[in-house]
Design a protein. Structure first.
Length: 228
């Protein structure tokens, strides 16, 4: 009988990542649809949020890429097809976001200029966005780590329960073997008893035949002596 820890754990973890990816995918699509309607700072903030969602989608793809190797071979072709579709979607989102980010006139609005004196302000804003992006990535990684830890604890509990069941089954098998051994002893004694009874019956039959033979001989002798 197959161990559920060997067959289901990979599939369950991949399914968890896939469900989380679909949520991130929906959120990313919504953010990308909102960006063309924005200008200036709101557009820059929306692009930063979309970049963070895209990074999260890439991280989830990396996790799924690792976990799909643990899926049984019979199910792996379907999983590989879904994974390739996810990769294609993410590439499309990345190209779309790059095109939106390259529209500097819409990005900076009325402040857009080629004057280098405006660079420090833009650089500070970019640094703040990178700091926020790093913080968000750290939070997401922490949540994913807690989720993985919870799943590991659940898997450990399942393993402990399985080991307890196996130990109980081993005890029952050992007890059954002992009962069978004792039953075999009873059968041997019964066979010996039956053989002894058979020998006694054979002996009694011989004695009975001998007695009958002697009586017949005596009767014949008596009859012969009367008619002599």
């Amino acid at each position: 009988m197959a161990n559920p820890l060997d067959t289901d754990a990979g599939s369950e973890l991949f399914g968890s990542y896939e469900a989380e990816f679909k949520l991130v995918q929906a959120d990313l699509t919504q953010k990308l649809d909102q960006i063309p309607e924005l200008n200036g700072e709101p557009r820059k903030a929306a692009i930063g949020a979309a970049e963070r969602a895209l990074e999260e989608a890439d991280e989830l793809l990396g996790q799924m890429r690792l976990e799909k190797q643990n899926i049984p071979s019979a199910s792996r072709p379907r999983v590989n097809q879904r994974f390739r579709n996810f990769e294609t979607d993410v590439d499309g989102y990345r190209r779309r976001l790059r095109a939106l980010a390259d529209d500097r006139a819409a990005l900076f609005g009325s402040r857009y200029t080629d004057d280098p004196s405006s660079a420090p302000s833009d650089l500070q804003l970019e640094q703040r966005q990178q700091l926020l992006s790093g913080t968000d990535r750290l939070d997401r990684s922490s949540r994913r780590l807690r989720s993985s830890q919870a799943l590991a604890n659940e898997t450990e509990a399942i393993g402990a329960s399985t080991l307890a069941d196996l130990h109980s089954q081993r005890d029952r098998i050992s007890h059954t073997g002992q009962v069978l051994y004792e039953s075999e002893g009873y059968v041997d004694r019964s066979v010996k008893t039956l053989r002894g009874m058979a020998r006694r019956m054979a002996t009694n039959r011989v004695i009975t035949v001998a007695i009958i033979t002697v009586l017949v001989i005596l009767i014949i002798a008596v009859i012969y002596s009367k008619f002599r």
